[in-house]
Ligand binder design. Structure first.
Ligand code: OXD
Ligand code: MN
Length: 587
């Protein structure tokens, strides 16, 4: 009798017809074989052995360089199941449409069976996935991003309790590219892409889209959140989780070198992208990081924006679509003030400065988490870490203050549900388009987002001491378009204010949107921020917020009857508070 896993592998092989099947065990020897194969066929280029040992560059197909949200579907019987923010396909029709793309897709190729664990080995909160793929690059990346191989198989045994993900590069044609999720079956099908979240199925597909569905069924949370620990001068560490839309500096925040290290405040990294959280028996919210590595955007990363990752990526790292220097080192825009003399661009051509970027703007590093000097000694705690604060954030050039605290859990859910980020033309400071991205889950929530808000409210009712919920905005600008806040390592000052609020000894003024720091409650020593700038950073403009409230009302209307009444009440309460105050609340 074959096990459920063996039966699925057999069925998948019958469909895709590979010439060979390899079951990955996750061993060092296996990784060396995979690496050698990729060096031999040109999938990998070896980087400088002295300065970047065991580091490789992979160049993806130029039409396959990012997640493709328009080709990503949640497949269920009814469109209403997935709500207004997801692409939907009927589950039966989706299979009929996409099965032919898998037929014979692995002919002449090796099929890798990649068992993996999302979450620490030995944690009751970890879950098993198995990815079948014809990409050795995907298999090698999964080895970094998850606990891959024997450890997962041993835990699975003969059980059927795993999330199967069938992946084939097929012909990499975007016209025949689909990323399909069948949450009722906990099944993933991905065809036609070898890149990132489209292909490393443990990450966005399982750990967010499928897991959010599982989490609703089972009473936990799967969130697009970093997890960090803030150590205080006594050595006590307070854990916080934060959701930010893509391109808001989430990885940099999670791995920050604190500007207050001299004063004893230090940041420890637990995770940079995903948090699985559950209500523990003591009524606290506890989080694990389901991932084992960082798949970070390279451009803009340097010794100032993320010194820890710059250290981490000097060995055993896969780079994708970055540029290459003459000495075979990786390079990208923003790594140094000026590009080195001779560069090969991400296509493999000689680069001439000024025309197109040398590295693709979405080029990446894939690095084991434990290589970061900032990795928390407790990052693999099987019970998860107690979360004392949840942080939402976005890019708002004019509207949101540097930080504010919600009044309570329900109000905090409203703050998360109405999160938004603006695209900016950095050179001119012009304000661009506002995209609402609730809890930074817009592309990742596997079901109706109105019901997801309801799930958040329900979790709150089970928490004895719910975390405080904050909103931050590192990106406020002055009238000339200049950033008001220095960001990066200085953001620890805002984390410290949150910690002080949690412990009940930081001042705040109540405003219609929530509690904003008093000028004296922020630790600003060593920073040259004048009182006017501080005032601008913390100001709450009621007229601007009244417009925001109107936009929220329009956004909420999309969810119809699925929008929880409590969030509608929060919106009305905000409108009433705004109507009752003068234009600008001074701080
Ligand atoms: C990511 C994203 O790549 O959120 O993590 O887009
Ligand atoms: Mn992400």
């Amino acid at each position: 009798m074959s096990t459920p896993l063996e039966a699925w592998v057999e069925e998948s092989a019958k469909l895709t017809q590979p010439s060979k099947i390899i079951w990955c065990d996750g061993s060092e020897a296996e990784n060396e074989r995979l690496t050698q194969g990729m060096l031999d066929d040109g999938t990998y280029l070896e980087l400088n052995r002295q300065t970047y040992p065991h580091c490789y560059l992979h160049r993806s197909s130029p039409n396959d360089v990012a997640r493709t949200e328009s080709l990503t579907f949640i497949c269920t019987p009814k469109k209403e199941d997935v709500g207004p923010t997801n692409n939907w396909m009927d589950s039966v029709q989706a299979k009929e449409k996409v099965r032919p793309l898998f037929a014979g897709a692995m002919k002449g190729r090796t099929m890798y069976v990649v068992p993996y664990l999302m979450g620490p080995a030995g944690s009751p909160y970890s879950r098993i996935g198995v990815e079948i793929t014809d990409s050795p690059y995907v298999a090698a990346s999964m080895r970094i991003m998850s606990r891959m191989g024997k450890v997962a198989l041993a835990r699975l045994g003969k059980s059927d309790d795993f999330v199967p993900g069938l992946h084939s590069l097929a012909d990499l044609n975007p016209d025949r590219r689909f990323i399909l999720h069948f949450p009722e079956e906990k099944l993933i099908w991905s065809v036609g892409s070898g890149y990132g979240g489209n292909a490393l199925l443990g990450k966005k597909c399982f750990a967010l889209r499928i897991a959010s569905w599982m989490a609703r069924e089972q009473g936990w949370m799967a969130e697009h959140m970093l997890i960090l620990g803030l150590e205080d001068p006594s050595g006590k560490v307070t854990y916080m989780a934060g959701a930010f839309p893509s391109a808001c500096g989430k990885t940099n925040l999670a791995m920050m070198v604190s500007a207050l290290e001299q004063q004893g405040y230090r940041v420890w990294t637990v995770g940079d992208d995903i948090a699985w959280m559950h209500v523990a028996s003591d009524g606290t919210l506890r989080a694990i990081n389901p991932e084992a590595g960082f798949f970070g955007v390279a451009p803009g990363t340097n010794g100032k924006t993320n010194p820890n990752v710059m250290t981490a990526i000097h060995h055993d790292t896969i780079f994708t679509n970055v540029a290459l220097t003459e000495s075979r080192e990786p390079w990208w825009e923003g790594m140094d003030p000026a590009p080195p003399a001779r560069l090969t661009d991400w296509h493999g051509n000689r680069w001439s400065s000024g025309k197109t970027p040398a590295a693709h703007p979405n080029s990446r590093y894939t690095v084991p988490a434990q290589q970061s000097p900032s990795i928390s000694p407790r990052w693999e705690d099987p019970e998860g870490l107690p979360i004392s604060a949840l942080i939402f954030g976005g890019r708002r050039a004019r509207l949101a203050p540097l930080v504010y605290e919600s009044h309570n859990w329900q109000h905090g859910v409203f703050v998360g549900a109405t999160m938004a980020s603006e695209t900016t033309a950095a050179a001119t400071g012009a304000v661009g388009v506002t995209r609402r991205d609730p809890m930074a889950m817009l592309p990742f929530c596997g079901y109706n987002m109105g019901d997801y808000f309801g799930h958040w409210l329900q979790i709150g009712s089970k928490l004895k001491k719910p975390p405080k919920i904050f909103h931050v905005n590192w990106f406020r600008r002055d009238a000339d378009g200049k950033f008001l806040w220095p960001g990066y390592g200085e953001n620890v000052r805002v984390l410290k204010w949150m910690l002080d609020r949690i412990e009940g000894h930081a001042g705040a003024s109540d405003t219609p949107i929530g509690c904003v720091p008093t000028a004296s409650s922020l630790t600003l020593d060593g920073l040259s921020i004048g009182p006017d700038t501080l005032h601008e950073l913390l100001a709450v403009n009621s007229n601007a917020w009244a417009e925001e409230e109107q936009a929220v009302e329009r956004f909420f209307a999309k969810f119809g009857a699925h929008l929880p009444g409590a969030l509608r009440d929060e919106q009305k309460a905000l409108a009433a508070r705004l109507a009752s105050v003068s234009t600008v609340s001074a701080t």
